[in-house]
Design a protein around this ligand. Structure first.
Ligand SMILES: N[C@@H](CCC(=O)N[C@@H](CS)C(=O)NCC(=O)O)C(=O)O
Length: 235
């Protein structure tokens, strides 16, 4: 019997968006409950996720939190094109390679992007250049056989599900000069052609674009930048 699934989410959150991409790629039916994370969480929501964060997934009576673990759980519970089972031929190695790619991207590369978005002046320039250099050095070689997806796959794998919502931001926010320097996109295109091709294929998929609202994310990002850069009030 199909599981009963409810996703507690905010569409502008890349972590919650990631869980939604997994559900759509696997082809599961789910209900959506939108949580307003700009205000204190309700008692009802805190009883679902005491940490108050989105996403949370209600799955046949079980509550799951933490987006990458939710994604992994869904893939393990519903075998699909996304990831081979460990018992399948080549499954262990495919899981290792996806894991290595994701560990590299989220620990050695993407943190520079977040720093670049939310810093200013010299620090913004330095972090932007560090992000581009890290993509070139760490990610570009891992995408040499992308076709167009990770590991020579013609369909999404775990790597695309976990990164898609973040790639949308990487390829959209530098179009706004008050968020990121616009040389960033040109540099990525020239210096990291594998990454450029792969990331554009990822953000073109329906599972990734379904709830993406660029205007809303840009507006919220600008608001957060303004808030962080405002001088703190002293009494
Ligand atoms: N590690 C968590 C991060 C989730 C997260 O940071 N969600 C943010 C929105 S993008 C949130 O719920 N923020 C609400 C708050 O901090 O009060 C995951 O992967 O699920």
């Amino acid at each position: 019997m199909a599981p009963k699934i409810t996703l507690y989410t905010a569409h502008h959150c890349p972590f919650a968006h990631r869980a939604q991409i997994a559900l759509r790629e696997i082809g599961l039916t789910f209900e959506t409950v939108l949580i307003d994370i700009t205000v204190p969480r309700t008692k009802e929501y805190l009883s679902v996720n005491p940490r108050g964060l989105v996403p949370a997934l209600f799955y046949d009576g079980h509550v799951l939190t933490e987006s990458s673990l939710i994604t992994q759980f869904l893939m393990d519970s519903h075998p699909s094109h996304l990831l081979k089972a460990t018992s399948e031929q080549g499954g262990g190695l495919q899981r290792y390679r996806n894991g290595f790619f994701l560990d590299t991207y989220f620990n050695k590369v993407h943190p520079f992007f977040d720093t670049a978005v939310y810093s200013s002046g010299e620090e913004k320039m330095t972090a932007t250049n560090k992000y581009i250099d890290a993509v070139v050095q760490e990610i570009e070689p891992l995408l040499a056989d992308a076709a167009p997806f990770f590991g020579g796959s013609d369909r999404f794998t775990l790597a695309e599900v976990q990164t898609g919502s973040f790639l949308l931001r990487v390829l959209s926010l530098p179009k706004h000069a008050d968020i990121l320097p616009n040389f960033m996109l040109q540099s990525l295109q020239e210096r990291a052609p594998n990454f450029w091709k792969w990331s554009h294929a990822v953000i073109a998929e329906e599972s990734v674009t379904a709830v993406w609202d660029e205007e809303n994310v840009v507006r919220r990002t600008l608001e957060r930048i303004k808030k962080q850069q405002a001088p703190t009030q002293t009494k």
